[in-house]
Design a protein around this ligand. Sequence first.
Ligand code: ZN
Length: 100
Amino acid sequence: MKNQPTEFSIRGIPSYIRREWKALLYRRSNVCALCDEYLDPQYTNQHPMQITLDHILPVKEGGRAILSNLQLAHFRCNTLRGSLSVKDARDMLTRRLGKG
Ligand SMILES: [Zn+2]
């Protein structure tokens, strides 16, 4: 199983969830929840395209680190999202990435 990504870092992922990140990937067919581009596990060390965990409802708004509140997004997209809602972040990224 050469292309099965198992050992790579997902920034900020709680250990009890780490083993379940694949479920998050499969939920969205391996694409970023914010920009819809492919998530490639080869990127690490805060590369803009590294896979990160994104809280759907931000932590500071009471969002919890549970699978139902987590999605995967590029480090770039997660950073650009900031405190925007998922919908607003998607709209912003669509414009910013010239896909709108
Ligand atoms: Zn993205």
